[in-house]
Write a protein that binds this ligand. Structure first.
Ligand code: AMP
Length: 360
């Protein structure tokens, strides 16, 4: 590991949300300091490290000062502006690299990349006008899902089209253009694989998690997922193909649809630690946050082995009040330190740990 950064190094993290906070906490355990860059002065990550920059993501002077104060740069959200990524990558190693960002920021680039490396996705077509939407529907049929290509999250920026009556309003409502039409997939379940790749190439993947959403927000991740051994191995194989093809460094989340016959389609990838991987913190030898920091530092990856069965439950909005009343033995709480519990806001999670051999 000739290029491994030493303990005492400073990792710059773009983004100050809970993911940045949990990365910084993991970094501190490794003896690494984290410098958080975020425009919002009330960011939860600021609570856990004294090194901070409060500035806009396009403030070039602030970005240059930040780069000068850190040894390596990573990020906790995929919508880092391309120009910001380019500017920083010229000054310090940016891990994961700009290519992973470009691919993950744009659903058409993402699906084109995935298809190009042999990874199955839902049939799709780019849409930039009512006329191209009509053409796309003639091949994909109803129902289909119309999505923005950029800046969608937690189900925002998409509409299901069930008949010709839905077209004009959906096309007009979704911004920014261009859009992408996807065939509606009658999936049986949704799973995700959290995978990591080190600078020197080794890859480590966690067991697939089964994900349930409520109001378009992740509610629970359960491991093991209800999945055949063959589908689990295939999901991990696909995640490995993706990180290798991107020459990726760090942790990446891959979301899949599982069809009735066990076939897998990739829905999307996230070039960062992922909400559906929070359970790793409670039950894996090396959790996703430490894993990401190790990769970014040029260190060897840790062991992703899972030591117990687990359900991670997100606490959204007022549900955060459940801590501490709902805590029993075997439940690990994690609160993100957000002061305002707005509806739909992810405030924390509880991980329910079930030791192997415990009764269900
Ligand atoms: P996304 O923003 O692409 O992750 O989509 C959010 C959620 O919408 C997914 O987790 C699915 O539950 C649902 N969804 C997205 N795309 C499709 C599709 N093509 N077919 C069926 N459901 C979808």
């Amino acid at each position: 590991m000739p290029d491994a950064l030493k303990p005492g190094s400073v990792v710059g993290i773009l983004g100050g949300g809970q993911l940045g906070r949990m990365l910084a906490l993991a970094g501190h355990r490794l003896g690494v300091r984290s410098h958080i860059y975020c425009p919002d002065p009330h960011s939860p990550a600021f609570d856990v490290t004294p090194l901070r920059t409060v500035a806009a993501y396009d403030d070039e002077a602030a970005l240059a000062r930040f780069a000068a104060e850190v040894d390596v740069i990573t990020y906790e959200f995929e919508n880092v502006p391309a120009r910001t990524a380019e500017l920083l990558a010229r000054l310090k190693p940016l891990r994961p690299g700009a290519r992973a960002l470009a691919v993950a920021q744009d659903r058409i680039a993402e699906k084109t990349f995935l298809t190009g490396v042999g990874v199955p996705v839902a049939p799709f077509a780019p849409v930039d006008s009512p006329a191209t939407l009509a053409v796309a529907l003639s091949s994909l049929g109803y129902p289909s899902v119309l999505k923005t290509t950029r800046l969608g999250y937690d189900g925002k920026g998409q509409r299901i089209l069930r008949s010709a009556e839905d077209l004009d309003t959906a096309f007009a409502a979704l911004e920014p253009k261009p859009l992408v039409l996807e065939r509606f997939i009658p999936f049986e379940r949704e799973i995700s694989v959290i995978v990591a790749r080190a600078v020197s190439g080794p890859v480590a993947a966690y067991d697939p998690a089964e994900n349930l959403h409520q109001h378009h927000i992740l509610k629970t991740s359960t491991v093991p997922a209800t999945l055949s051994a063959a589908s689990a191995a295939e999901a991990i194989g696909i995640a490995t193909t993706i990180v290798n093809a991107l020459e990726y460094v760090g942790v990446l989340g891959v979301e899949f649809f599982v069809l009735a016959d066990g076939a897998l389609l990739v829905n999307e990838i996230a070039p960062r630690v992922h909400n559906s991987g929070h359970w790793t913190e409670a039950v894996c030898i090396t959790d996703q946050f430490e894993q990401h920091m190790r990769a970014v530092l040029g260190w060897p990856l840790g062991d992703p082995t899972r030591l117990a069965d687990v359900v991670m439950e997100n606490l959204v909005g007022d549900e955060i009040a459940a801590i501490p009343a709902r805590l029993g033995a075997g439940q690990r709480p994690h609160a993100y330190g957000k002061t305002e519990a707005r509806p739909g806001r992810k405030m924390g999670h509880i991980t329910h740990v079930r030791r192997f051999g415990d009764e269900k």
